[in-house]
Design a protein around this ligand. Sequence first.
Ligand code: DC
Length: 215
Amino acid sequence: MINRSIAIDGPAGSGKSTIAKIIAKENNLMYINTGAMYRAVTYYAIKAGISYDEVSKLIDLIDNLEMHFEGDRLIVNGTDITDELTYPEISNNVSNYAAVKEVREKLVSFQQKMSQKYEVIMDGRDIGTVVLKDAKYKFFLTAKAEERAKRRCKELIEKGIEVDFNNILEEIEKRDYIDTHREINPLTKADDAMEIDTSSMTIDEVVKKISGLLN
Ligand code: DC
């Protein structure tokens, strides 16, 4: 299965999940949003009062989470928590939980199992470099931080969440820093990934570019 799989990496707001969702539908692939999985762990950890440095408690917590995707929705222990995952409290804390080695090991192993069972399109930070090293197609999406912050603001406003552009930009830059500087599997472009700067491209243009490369 792994050979028809598509890996998409890139920083927050580069368009990964929007693009991956469309390509999944068009090509009948299972869409795995790995960022949502790290966010789900963060959501339940915060709810249970577990800090990111309480590793054994985190592992126990993850062992008790049954996660699966239904389209682009993430279902955890039978509840659809997708909408809660974009709350600022989660966005501001997720990078710290995602930097914990044991958390990554658990989630990477789960993601690899999914890719053995299904044909997948997976987006995240370490998909082309770690999770799906043998993926047939690898893309690395980028965009200027200001453009990414603009997109995030628009998304949140559409969900009825009040936003401040400068706060969002600051949060994105902080997250970029942690994601690219962490010790375990930092965000980097795989040598064999194609880089696409989406700053001045429409969603449709990016989808067309990627689709044109699949065969
Ligand atoms: O894609 P996103 O913004 O929803 O991801 C949320 C966070 O999860 C991001 O700051 C880094 C982390 N993440 C990761 O470390 N590895 C992945 N494969 C996906 C996300």
